[in-house]
Design a protein around this ligand. Sequence first.
Ligand code: ATP
Ligand code: MG
Ligand code: MG
Ligand code: MG
Length: 562
Amino acid sequence: MKQSKTFIPTLREIPADADVKSHQLLLRAGFIRQNTSGVYSYLPLATKVLKKIEQIVREEMEAIDAVELLMPALQQAELWQETGRWEAYGPELMRLKDRHNRDFALGATHEEVITSLVRDEVKSYKKLPLTLYQIQNKFRDEKRPRFGLLRGREFVMKDAYSFHATRESLDETYNDMVKAYTNIFTRLGLNFRAVIADSGSIGGKDTHEFMVLSEIGEDTIAFSDESSFAANIEMAEVNVEYSHSNEDMKELEKVSTPDQKSIDEIVEFLKVSPESCIKSLVFNVDDELVVVLARGDHEINDIKLKNALDAQSVELADDKVIFDLLGSHVGSLGPVKLPINVKVIADHAIKSIRNGVCGANEDGFHYINVNPGRDFAIDRFEDLRFIQVGDPSPDGKGTIKFAEGIEVGHVFKLGTTYSDSMKATFLDENGRAQSFIMGCYGIGVSRLVAAVAEQFQDSYGFVWPKQIAPYDIHLISVNEKDEAQKNLTEETYKLLQSYRYDVLYDDRKERAGVKFADADLIGLPVRVTIGKKASEGILEVKFRQSGETFEWAKEELVDRLN
Ligand code: ATP
Ligand code: MG
Ligand code: MG
Ligand code: MG
């Protein structure tokens, strides 16, 4: 592709509205543009990366006999009413009406659509197991779309659904999926972990998330380096009311200037020991419960409070609940509206604390070192304990560490939750109607573009891994007006293409400095530069990742690249 013909609008300045590296660079290097909050256009370079990731996903899905299909994004409300999710899904579901005033949603996920499809078409156990997947745009009206492609309101997801006659069959497919996911994220070169997850609102109990370890991750995981143990310590959402009515709150707000405050200032204000502050930023103001929530939600600017920030407290008093601050960082008192009057903790949150202990669905893995009465109301949380950094891993291998993670994939054993509510049955060997046993498996394909972008960059720009780089080679002629250079570049371009390299040829009439700066930003694995030595037939080859440069004759180029 000639660069003069394509569309790569690079920027010299760091865009002001982008606050993480991947988002900044995706904008600067001309990969994406925002249309409106959480909605993006993928420009040609991002489209190529996206397609390459999709290809890897497709290969690994086909390898486990998952079959691709494409379902509608536009979904009639009736389907969602069958499962009760028309109500339950809440404001995240994008809703609209057709001209006849009938309700529709834009697909946030496709359990309803696929279950109705299979219900109508699959009648016998002989057709099972069946695994279907699609790669498609999903719509979720996220409360806080952010970090560019990481949390969009329209985004690309691979979602797969499996249907089984027996639990064993579901277990088999689930395990295949875990392997396929592991292959996918390994092929992408990501530093990731499969973690035990909370099943949240989708239902079912066996579930793992795939987390890319990254400081900008919105989830916190507890894991041990010495074992395969890892768990998400995600908490369910709490409804929080904000209030600033009393003096204490005003005081607090004084502390809470938009500048990030140090832990020392918080400690000073709260008159508590740093340790207890870290463990539990939960305190009383005029008998109202006050909570500082972790994890950047609720308008809180995160600050890292060292590694010491670990397990937090949960307390229950009548209908008011003091919620946790789980996480390796606590929300700072940034431009914070400190939430008080914390009401309602959804029942499922309590359950998740109780059974899953914040996502860790394993026997014997609970919070430890809890101070009953301080940390929770004993009658409701008698088996609740905290897990902290440095604790032994539940499997006894190594000690617990915390890290932030980006959720890039999620696998669930749904069981019969959906088939029961939608009355989707097949006839078993004995001719009896049984509900389909189901699994569902998602990957955030567009989120992966950002996760990879976050991991593979240096101070100059992207350093794309070969397997998903938008092009293999950036070919640059220093001076397009120089006859010898121009000729050698054209010849090299043809040569590389004939060997099936995907080449981006910078044929623009720009200064060399501009071309090099753009090439660094875009970050293709190999740069071939043709300059003064063109008359001797010599090219300069630079490998983006290692920074190594070589001068090679055109004739040796292909051999040496291999
Ligand atoms: P999150 O916890 O980040 O909100 P989720 O648990 O709601 O994600 P799932 O319903 O499990 O998401 O969807 C499957 C995958 O889709 C997720 O693992 C994630 O990679 C991706 N995904 C979910 N929401 C978004 C989003 N708003 N933008 C981009 N990708 C997303
Ligand atoms: Mg979500
Ligand atoms: Mg999640
Ligand atoms: Mg999820």
